[in-house]
Design a protein around this ligand. Structure first.
Ligand SMILES: Nc1ncnc2c1ncn2[C@@H]1O[C@H](COP(=O)(O)OP(=O)(O)OP(=O)(O)O)[C@@H](O)[C@H]1O
Ligand SMILES: [Mg+2]
Length: 239
């Protein structure tokens, strides 16, 4: 069995020169893979390629061994790859319940939507507790959890998360990371970009350090975290 997701020789930019240079990256089924690296390294660009928002100029992109290069974002969603973006993405004036339901807007089987809502409420009790409240009335961390819950409405096999802990205090960050671990234990493969390298690599089974559109180092999350060179370059003393 090959990796769940495979990027091979991916070269891509935004029109003004390449940002990723012949990037090779594998995501193993069942793993938590975490990409870290400085601002502008190309981390979000990798995620945009995976979700079909950006089309590689060169290289291969495979999911379950099948090419997904050239598929639209909607077709990629349908394959079971769901991304939670870096910025807040709930509809602020809509209720928590409406937001979560919206996650299944492409699913037309009503009974299936109801079953998924039940399952999501069991995994994320906050969805039921705050169901009637507008999303904007929740804290940043609570909104992130609701975004995860909304993503679960598509029953994804690969969950792609761009900097989920951005702007959160340490306690809330722990809650968000616990939720990521729980989604993984429920059988979802996770591809995560994290600015907080210590938390991200601590959670990850596989760690990847990117710099200037290339992979600088990769290995077991704990090994990457423990690498003295990386510690000095990317983690700093206080990260
Ligand atoms: N829409 C865009 N148009 C043109 N250039 C872009 C665009 N988005 C990103 N870039 C450039 O691509 C490079 C990589 O950006 P990317 O967003 O992937 O970095 P990142 O590693 O996610 O950084 P951060 O940690 O700040 O989120 C940067 O030099 C950036 O300026
Ligand atoms: Mg980014």
């Amino acid at each position: 069995m090959g990796p769940l997701l495979e990027l091979q020789g991916v070269t891509v930019g935004y029109g003004g020169g390449d940002i990723l240079h012949e990037l090779d990256l594998n995501v193993e089924e069942g793993a938590i893979t975490c990409i870290v690296g400085p601002n502008g390294a190309g981390k979000s660009t990798v995620l945009r390629v995976v979700s079909g928002l950006l089309r590689p100029r060169l290289g291969r992109l495979r999911f379950r061994g099948v090419s997904i290069a050239g598929l639209s974002p909607r077709q990629i969603l349908r394959r079971g790859i769901v991304q939670v973006p870096q910025e807040r993405s709930l509809f602020p004036t809509m209720t928590v319940w409406e937001n979560v339901r919206m996650g299944a807007y492409t699913v037309h089987d009503r009974a299936l939507v109801e079953r998924r809502l039940q399952a999501v409420c069991e995994s994320f009790p906050i969805v039921r507790e705050r169901r009637h409240e507008p999303a904007a009335s929740l804290s940043g961390g609570q909104q992130k959890i609701i975004e995860f819950a909304r993503a679960m409405m598509l029953d994804p096999s690969l969950v792609v998360l761009d900097e989920p802990s951005m702007g959160l205090d340490p306690k809330t960050r722990t809650t968000v990371f616990d939720t990521i671990r729980a989604m993984n234990q429920a059988g979802r493969t996770i591809l995560l970009v994290e600015q907080n390298a210590r938390s991200g690599l601590g959670l990850a089974s596989h760690g990847i350090v990117m710099e200037s559109g290339r992979i600088r180092l990769e290995g077991l999350g704990s090994a990457v975290l423990g690498n003295p060179e990386i510690g000095r370059l990317y983690l700093g003393a206080s990260a």
